[in-house]
Design a binder for this molecule. Structure first.
Ligand SMILES: Nc1ncnc2c1ncn2[C@@H]1O[C@H](COP(=O)(O)OP(=O)(O)OP(=O)(O)O)[C@@H](O)[C@H]1O
Ligand SMILES: O=P(O)(O)OC[C@H]1O[C@H](OP(=O)(O)OP(=O)(O)O)[C@H](O)[C@@H]1O
Length: 212
């Protein structure tokens, strides 16, 4: 049996993914205590490669991985050509627009929006026919309205703690987000049995609150 390779987004999503696979009896030795980027379970012939979230769809589209696990936030931002095949239900959060508590929207004035997700923000405001200027940042987006470089932010919110501790409030929610299983188009045809074994393995360990 050939190895099936899964590109997993480093950080939160990888930690939960490995935990769920280990609950199914797979073993990825040293995952917690190493800087290794490749982990293999010899029995199931599953190979995990750890990559930055934004890069997961690229590894999958170009066939370096058969499947990938990444947040819906990242998928909405990318235009990669992959199949999204399963909502894994974990890594739950939501996209929201937020501003400082005392922000007042002035009609007719172009909103300046700071975000790590320029495509998501552009799409959302285009649909509402609201003219905006997008400022692409790479993190700590909540700072932007505080230091006065944006009116609002578009970001993911989980517990709401980061917004609260920085004096921001949600103005609108855009959509829910959770981790998704994606597939390379050729692998989806040639390795569909193995891919669906992996889907079943996650399905068996879905918690009640994983269901979106
Ligand atoms: N509270 C949360 N904050 C950030 N990401 C979350 C949260 N809840 C779920 N997620 C999911 O986890 C993914 C990000 O994981 P993580 O924060 O570990 O990486 P990251 O922020 O991209 O890492 P980096 O620190 O390298 O920028 C998101 O793309 C999203 O799908
Ligand atoms: O609602 P909460 O539970 O507080 O989580 C939301 C925060 O988590 C994410 O940041 P991350 O930790 O990825 O750091 P970043 O600012 O570097 O993106 C996101 O961008 C928010 O800042």
């Amino acid at each position: 049996m050939d190895y099936i390779t899964i590109a997993v987004a480093k950080g939160r999503i990888a930690n939960i993914t490995i935990k769920k696979l280990e609950e199914n009896g797979l073993i990825f030795s040293d995952f917690k205590n190493s800087r290794k980027l490749i982990f293999e379970d010899d029995n199931s012939k599953i190979k995990i490669i750890l990559v930055k979230a934004d890069d997961v769809p690229i590894y999958v589209e170009y066939g370096a991985a058969d499947i990938g696990i990444v947040g819906k936030d990242t998928l909405l931002e990318t235009d990669c050509d992959v199949y999204e095949i399963f909502d894994l239900g974990y890594g739950k959060c939501r996209f929201a627009i937020a501003s400082l508590k005392d922000f007042e929207y002035k009609k007719g004035k172009k909103l300046r929006v700071a975000t790590k997700y320029p495509n998501v923000a552009k799409d959302y405001f285009n649909k509402k026919k609201e003219p905006v200027e997008i400022l692409k940042l790479n993190g700590s987006v909540e700072l932007a309205p505080i230091v006065g470089i944006s009116d609002v932010i578009v970001d993911i919110v989980e517990t709401g703690t980061t917004l609260k501790e920085n004096g921001l409030v949600i103005l609108e929610e855009i959509c829910p987000v959770s981790a998704r299983l994606i597939s390379n188009k050729a692998s989806y045809k040639s390795k569909s049995d193995r891919i669906y074994e992996i889907v079943d393995c996650f399905r068996r360990h879905m918690n009640e609150n994983d269901i979106c």
